[in-house]
Design a protein around this ligand. Structure first.
Ligand code: 13P
Ligand code: SF4
Length: 360
């Protein structure tokens, strides 16, 4: 497998699209006092997070949870939350949770008027591409991604010049501008299938060098990879996982394919965040180590109470920009609306839809 490209560059939030506001009423800010009524209204939701949110903290979350769930109905909005969102978002206000592929498919199906993306900017753009007629809101415009920031549309055009005729596969962790330049998108759930579906001897794969290496280990198609990396997953090491296994040989190690190869080599299972959750839940009575973002174990733990989770913890700072107060503000003020110019959106949509159609 070849590597190409300059590798990741710093986050440039100024490049993130969106921020304008369509005409719509701004709703008044609700009272956010923790009253007995709010406690009663949210008691069933607290049950879902009581394993991770101490009782002393709930009075800070509950008024936002109650307000968001009310305003959501008023606005005809749905909240799509990625598996890395905090437990109170994931369990208490989200309508749909999942990995990137699941969220993309559900964004296309929802009949709601407004989508609030509990996730990062590229996910909100993907929702907008698949639901152009809906208002898509991202509660914090700076919720970026080190992978999406590592490559531009111009970089893809240069790759095409250097490798004429070689199709380009882009991980969905890319901007709409990059998606507009590639042949097809993929997620961590379907990357091998997408690469093999092209029926060619070699492909360019952008921007995650580690997902590319994982795909290369699963296929005979030659992969030419860009050198981006996820700042969260690249920090795990095979040595730290071996130490966990030495301490308890029965432990099941479950890794995301954005991890480096020495990490994947230690794993009992490698898959998308949704695949990881399914594998973890099946380990009844066992101990699992999730090699991914911190919130995953917290979120899965509520529906897998018979599994013990070991939590090496790497936070995604971008995912953590999305909070209950920002989601409420987003719903009240209808900011920040994700907008993608029509011509760019039409080209980017093609590569996302090609993937979605392949995996229906
Ligand atoms: P999944 O598609 O597996 O949810 O991954 C998205 C992501 O950003 C992982 O870091
Ligand atoms: Fe991007 Fe990594 Fe955060 Fe996922 S975990 S959003 S790939 S920086």
């Amino acid at each position: 497998m070849d590597n190409v490209g300059p590798g990741p560059v710093g986050l440039a939030s100024a490049k993130l699209a969106g921020g304008s506001r369509m005409k719509d009423d701004i709703l008044p800010r609700p009272d956010l006092t923790y009253t007995p009524e709010v406690a009663a209204e949210t008691a069933h939701l607290y049950e879902r997070v009581s394993h991770i949110v101490p009782p002393v903290e709930w009075p800070f979350h509950a008024p936002y949870v109650a307000a968001i769930n009310r305003v959501k109905k008023q606005r005809d909005a749905v909240i799509l939350a990625h598996n890395y969102q905090t437990p109170e978002i994931y369990n208490c206000v989200a309508d749909v949770v999942g990995d990137s592929l699941q969220l993309a498919k559900l964004a296309a199906k929802t009949s709601a008027r407004i989508i609030v993306q509990g996730g990062v900017h590229f996910m909100a753009e993907t929702s907008k591409l698949l639901s152009p007629e809906k208002m898509v809101l991202i509660p914090d415009l700076k919720a970026g991604c080190s992978l999406a920031e590592s490559i531009t549309g111009a970089d893809v055009r240069r790759l095409r010049e250097a490798y004429p005729g070689v199709p380009v596969v882009a991980y969905v962790n890319t901007s709409a501008e990059v998606k507009a330049e590639v042949d097809i998108c993929c997620t961590s759930a379907n990357a091998v299938h997408v690469v093999e579906s092209l029926g060619v001897p070699r492909v360019l794969f952008v921007p995650d060098q580690y997902l590319a290496k994982y795909v290369q280990s699963q296929t005979k198609v030659e992969i030419i990879a860009w050198k981006g990396a996820c700042e969260v997953h690249e920090r795990f090491t095979g040595a730290e996982l071996r130490a966990y296994r030495d301490a308890d040989p029965s432990i099941k190690i479950i890794a995301h394919p954005e991890c480096p190869p020495d990490v994947i080599a230690e794993a009992d299972f490698t898959g998308s965040t949704a695949g990881m959750i399914d594998f973890a839940k099946a380990q009844h009575g066992g101990k699992v180590l999730l090699v991914t973002e911190c919130s995953m174990a917290d979120n899965v733990a509520s529906s897998a109470r018979d599994v013990e989770f070991v939590r090496p913890c790497n936070l995604c700072p971008h995912m953590k920009r999305i909070t209950l107060p920002k989601i409420l503000d987003s719903l009240l003020t209808l900011t920040h609306q994700v907008e993608i110019p029509d011509e760019l959106a039409a080209r980017a949509r093609r590569s996302v839809e090609r993937m979605v159609n392949l995996t229906q």
